[in-house]
Design a protein around this ligand. Structure first.
Ligand SMILES: [Zn+2]
Ligand SMILES: [Zn+2]
Length: 265
């Protein structure tokens, strides 16, 4: 089964990405993915190591060049992954005016000064404290942010599972209330396979949460490997598609100029 797209990818335009846009495009063609979306990090918070690292104009010029180079072979979308857009509305609006993005992914990487990939933080708190405070922050993010796609809905699990475990059913009420807002606003879920490369071995969101979403009437999902280097492109997206179908969904959503379009799986 062909993987229709990979919408969550990073290049050297992200501070933690390894490869060029062109290398990633060539890799997409090599592994048979017809559409790639680049979603570089836009991080502006006070605790970021490299705030404002991403240079949208230079990046977009290269995307336009590659659209010509790979015309007829590969569809290239211009996305962005904005960290905590609800806390930085002004900076978000400013970056979104700089180039024509096809879609905007919103993420929560920080809850206050706690970084969701910091194992030390997870060791100092209980699982309930960590997940509940994260979901409260995420609810704020999905309520007010100018975004199209919600990144890795239960991201603390990726680091926390080997240390503290994860039982999504303990947070069902909180998560359902987030899903309700996502559905009402017509946002999509990033079905993020990065955890499947890690010791946590988790898909985000957890398949149980994906089932709640489908039951509640949610229908918009995108596929994301969250690749930071070419070899990770498309990785485990077959498993992500299986989880989407197992939840009872039959489409993924593609974006052009921030307009969604459903594609049958
Ligand atoms: Zn992220
Ligand atoms: Zn990412």
């Amino acid at each position: 089964m062909q993987i229709p797209h990979d919408y969550h990818t990073h290049t050297r335009f992200s501070e933690d990405g390894d490869d060029t846009l062109e290398t990633m495009c060539r890799r997409a063609i090599e592994v048979g993915i017809p559409e790639i979306g680049f979603s570089e990090h836009w991080d502006v918070g006070p605790n970021e190591k490299n705030p404002y690292f991403f240079k949208p104009e230079t990046w977009y010029a290269e995307i336009e060049r590659l659209r010509d180079v790979f015309s007829g072979q590969l569809q290239i979308r211009a996305g962005i992954e904005i960290a905590e857009p609800h806390l930085y509305a002004k900076e978000t609006a400013e970056v979104l005016r700089r180039v024509p993005f096809d879609y905007v992914i919103g993420s929560v990487h920080w809850v206050g000064s706690n970084f969701m990939f910091d194992a030390e933080y997870f060791l100092r708190h209980t699982a309930d404290e960590i997940y509940s405070s994260y979901f409260a922050e995420l609810e704020h993010m999905v309520t007010v942010s100018d975004i199209d796609i919600v990144a890795h809905l239960d991201i603390p699990a990726r680091t926390a599972i080997p240390l503290l475990g994860y039982e999504p059913s303990r947070y069902e009420e909180q998560v359902r209330s987030i899903l309700e807002i996502i559905i009402c606003r017509g946002l999509a879920l990033d079905i993020n396979a990065a955890g499947l490369r890690k010791p946590a071995k988790n898909l985000m969101p957890d398949p149980l949460i994906l089932r709640w979403y489908a039951e509640m009437g949610g229908g918009r999902v995108t596929l994301g490997s969250d690749a930071h280097r070419q070899k990770e492109l498309g990785q485990y997206l077959g498993e992500a598609m299986d989880a989407i179908r197992a939840a009872g969904l039959s489409h993924v959503t593609q974006y052009e100029n921030r307009q969604p379009r459903l594609i049958h799986l």
